[in-house]
Write a protein that binds this ligand. Structure first.
Ligand code: CO
Ligand code: CO
Ligand code: CO
Length: 348
C-alpha cells in the first residue's frame, strides 16, 4: 500500500471520542481513591468537569486538560486538526484561554510511514496556531494503534470559571454544532460516506470552539460543557444529575446531520451510543413521538462536538444571533432548565 492509499480509519478498531473507555467502567477505577487535597484546586477529579482548574493567585488560575484518540477520518492532516480542536475544546468549555500544549502520540512505526505522523502533527499545529497556542513539547510511544492528541494548559480568572454546575430555572440551552459525527465516522470507516459528507463533517469537527467561547463571554452564561464521547444526553446528564433542576429538550430543535439520521435509521450506530444510553438512559424520559433515530443521535458519541451553553432566558435569542453572526451557523436553542422533575431530562 502506498502512503496515499492508506486509510487511517482501517488501521484502528474505533476512532475519535467513541474510543473512550465506556462510562461507568472508569468510575470503578476512580471511586474511593485517596486523592490529594489542596485548597487551590478549584476544579478537580471529585467533581469531574471538562478540565481541571488550579489557582495560582487571586487573579489567575491554570486550566488543564488532556485528550487523545485513534483516527475517525482517513486524511492525516484533518485528523491532526480534529484531535487538536477536540483537545482545546475543554479549555473553551470552562471559559478559559488556551496558552500551551504538548503532543501525545502513539504510533505504529512498523506499519505506517513516519511521514504520516509528520502530516498529523502539521494538522495539529495548524489549529494551535489558530488558537494562539504554543507547542512546548510532546511524548511519543510505539504502539500497535495510531493515536494523537494534546495536553493543553490555559489561563482563567478564578472567579469566572464555567462548569457543568450552576443551572438556573428558566435558563435556555444552546448547542453550537450539529450531532451525528459518531454515526458519520462509522459510515466513513465502513466506506459508505461520500466525499461531500466527509468534507462537511471533517470541517465541523476541525472547527475550534474558540469563536463560540469568545461570543458567550458577553452574555450571562451560568454553565457550559462541550459535547464529546458521552453524547449530547450523556453530557447533559452530567449537568442535570444532582443539580436540583430538570431539563426539557425539544428534539426537533436540536441540529443534526440529515445523513446521520438516515444511517441511524439503517442501524448504523456505533457501540458507544449504546454504552451512553445504558449509562444515562435512566435519567431521560422520551416522549413517544420522538423517533428512534433521533434518540440514537442524542446518544451518539461526538468527536470535537459543540458547546452546550446554559444562558439566562432573556439573553438566549441574542446569543444565538451573535453566534450566527460569528459564523456558527447551526447554533440553536434546544431546550430549557425547568424546576422539575428534578435531575431528569425530558425529551419532547
Ligand atoms: Co469536555
Ligand atoms: Co476531554
Ligand atoms: Co516524556
Amino acid at each position: 500500500m502506498t502512503i496515499e492509499t492508506i486509510r487511517l480509519t482501517q488501521t484502528v478498531k474505533g476512532g475519535g471520542c467513541a474510543a473512550k473507555l465506556a462510562p461507568g467502567i472508569l468510575d470503578k477505577a476512580l471511586c474511593g481513591l485517596d486523592l490529594p487535597v489542596d485548597p487551590d484546586l478549584l476544579v478537580g477529579l471529585d467533581r469531574a468537569d471538562d478540565a481541571g482548574v488550579y489557582r495560582v493567585s487571586d487573579e489567575l488560575a491554570l486550566v488543564q486538560t488532556v485528550d487523545f484518540f485513534p483516527p475517525m477520518v482517513d486524511d492525516p492532516f484533518s485528523f491532526g486538526q480534529i484531535a487538536a480542536a477536540n483537545a482545546l475544546s475543554d479549555i473553551y468549555a470552562m471559559g478559559g484561554t488556551p496558552k500551551t500544549a504538548m503532543n501525545i502520540v502513539s504510533f505504529p512505526a512498523k506499519t505506517l510511514d513516519i511521514s504520516i505522523l509528520r502530516t498529523i502533527i502539521e494538522g495539529g499545529l495548524d489549529k494551535m496556531r489558530e488558537a494562539g497556542v504554543v507547542l512546548v513539547g510532546g511524548h511519543t510511544v510505539e504502539d500497535s494503534e495510531l493515536k494523537y492528541g494534546l495536553s493543553v494548559t490555559g489561563y482563567i480568572h478564578p472567579d469566572r470559571i464555567l462548569t457543568k454546575r450552576n443551572l438556573q430555572t428558566g435558563d435556555r440551552l444552546i448547542l453550537t454544532k450539529s450531532l451525528g459525527t459518531g454515526i458519520v465516522a462509522t459510515a466513513i470507516k465502513g466506506g459508505l460516506a461520500d466525499q461531500g459528507v466527509i468534507d462537511k463533517v471533517t470541517l465541523a469537527m476541525a472547527t475550534l470552539n474558540r469563536e463560540a467561547a469568545l461570543t458567550m463571554e458577553d452574555f450571562t452564561v451560568h454553565a457550559c460543557t462541550d459535547i464529546t464521547g458521552f453524547g449530547f444526553l450523556g453530557h447533559l446528564a452530567e449537568m442535570v444529575v444532582d443539580s436540583g433542576h430538570g431539563v426539557r429538550i425539544t428534539a426537533a430543535d436540536v441540529p443534526m446531520y440529515p445523513e446521520a439520521l438516515e444511517w441511524a435509521a439503517m442501524g448504523l450506530i456505533p457501540a458507544g451510543a449504546y454504552n451512553n444510553r445504558n449509562f444515562r438512559g435512566a435519567f431521560v424520559d422520551f416522549d413517544a413521538a420522538v423517533p428512534q433515530r433521533v434518540q440514537d443521535l442524542l446518544f451518539d458519541p461526538q468527536t470535537s462536538g459543540g458547546l452546550l451553553i446554559a444562558v439566562a432566558a432573556g439573553e438566549a435569542e441574542r446569543l444565538v444571533e451573535a453566534l450566527k453572526m460569528n459564523g456558527i451557523d447551526c447554533a440553536a436553542i434546544v431546550g430549557e432548565v425547568i424546576a422539575g422533575p428534578v435531575d431528569r431530562i425530558v425529551v419532547e
